[in-house]
Structure formats: C-alpha cells, structure tokens
Design a protein. Structure first.
Length: 238
C-alpha cells in the first residue's frame, strides 16, 4: 500500500489527477470506477482542466460509478448522475453512453444490481477505482455490517451517513435512506485502487481502516487485502 501525505487539498487533488491521467495515457480504453461526494471534486476539476488543455483524452474511456440514491431521478440536483455530469462528464470529451451510474429509479432493483455487476464483468473489470471514505469507514455505500457484501446491492444508509450527507439537502428528512451501491467484489477486483481522504476528520477512521483489524464493521479495512492501493491524505479539507 502506497500512502501519500499531501500538504493541501489542492496537492491531494493534483496528485490524484496525475495518477488517473497516467492510467489513461497508458491504457486509453481504461475502465474507471468513480466516486461522488465532496472529496473528489478537486480531482475532477483537475482532470477537466487537463482535458481542456489537451493533456488527456477521454474519448475511449469507460466509467462505472459506485452508487446512486434510490428514488432520485438522474436530473435531480442531488442525484449522483447529476453530480457526475456537472462536475466531470459535461466538461470532458467522453461519450455519455460510455458512462454508467446506477439507476435510482430502477423498477426492479434486484435485477438492476445483477445487470450492473454483469456489465462491469463484460468490461473486464475496473482498471482504476477511485474511492473516498465515510466517517464510519464506508466505501461506496457499503456501510458497517456483520459481513462484507460482495455483489451490487441496495444498502440501508447508516444514520451517520445520512447526517453527513444532509448538508447537500434542504433538511435531513430529504436525504434518501437507501442507495444502490457497488459491492466489495467489483471494488476489490479492480486492478488498482486510489483512495482520497481530505480533512482531519478523516484521520482517525483512515488509521483504523489501514492499520487496524480487517472487519466489516469498518468496510474500508478490506483494502488492506488489495495488492495495489494508493492512499492520498491531507489535513486540509476542500
């Protein structure tokens, strides 16, 4: 595991962007696993600027996102599809059909989850998975539990996750309480993983995840078993 301590959120974001850019340069048809939330905003901004400057080409890149709230339409301002379009996809030369985000309005979520895993498998798996880490150690919406869930599934959001995400909504009551999330199998089968963790509030849970016991009570701890993980941490938050 490669752990990088950045001096600032800007340095964290730029370092992460260089890792992603090098991956695409080395494999133009890379499959990227992408995350949402405030942590990767600087990364996506840096990637968009690289693309605008002609330093990186997304025309053959395919993406799969970790998760989406159940019940939110793609054009809802707090949906993760909307987030990705606004903060990355609309700013780079990627074809929309090459970008996949779970469908929060799927009528049959069980069937959708199976299809999502099959789609990832059809791509040959994920080449580089970008992750953040939640205050309870969740990755994607794989919340603390008694076991690791392998497949894409509908997750009940932990109250701490609802609290953390309530800042994006008018009130806590508006935060969806369930989400479709990629499971641990697709994440752990990614060839490379890039975990970004800005802010002192992430330090304690990051230490537990990387140095403590491997336990589904701290989902990110499973990353200790992966062969190629880069973690970038900064005391400075976005």
């Amino acid at each position: 595991m490669n752990i990088i301590i950045a001096d600032s959120y800007r340095q964290l974001s730029d370092t992460a962007a260089e890792i992603v850019a090098n991956q695409i340069k080395n494999k133009p048809d890379t499959v990227l696993g992408l995350a949402t939330g405030s942590s990767p905003l600087g990364l996506y901004d840096a990637l968009a600027k690289m693309c605008e400057d002609g330093k990186i080409d997304f025309s053959r890149v395919r993406t799969v996102n970790l998760d989406e709230y159940v019940g939110l339409a793609p054009d809802h301002p707090q949906s993760y599809r909307y987030f990705m379009d606004k903060n990355l996809f609309d700013r780079i030369n990627i074809r929309r059909e090459m970008t996949k985000v779970p469908d929060g309005l799927a009528s049959d979520t069980d069937a959708f989850c199976k299809d999502y895993d099959s789609y990832i498998d059809s791509l040959g798996g994920i080449d580089l998975q970008v992750l953040g880490i939640g205050p309870d150690g969740h990755i994607g919406f794989n919340e603390p539990d008694g076991h690791f869930t392998a497949a894409t599934h509908v997750a009940e959001l932990d109250p701490s996750t609802v609290d953390a995400n309530s800042r994006f909504f008018e009130s806590r009551d508006e935060v969806p309480k369930t989400a479709i999330t990629m499971g641990m199998r697709a994440i752990m089968q990614a060839k490379k993983i890039l975990l970004i963790a800005p802010g002192k509030a992430k330090k304690e849970i990051l230490f537990k995840a990387l140095e403590g016991d491997i336990t589904p009570r701290i989902p990110a701890s499973v990353l200790q078993l992966h062969r190629d993980v880069t973690v970038i941490y900064s005391d400075e938050n976005r």
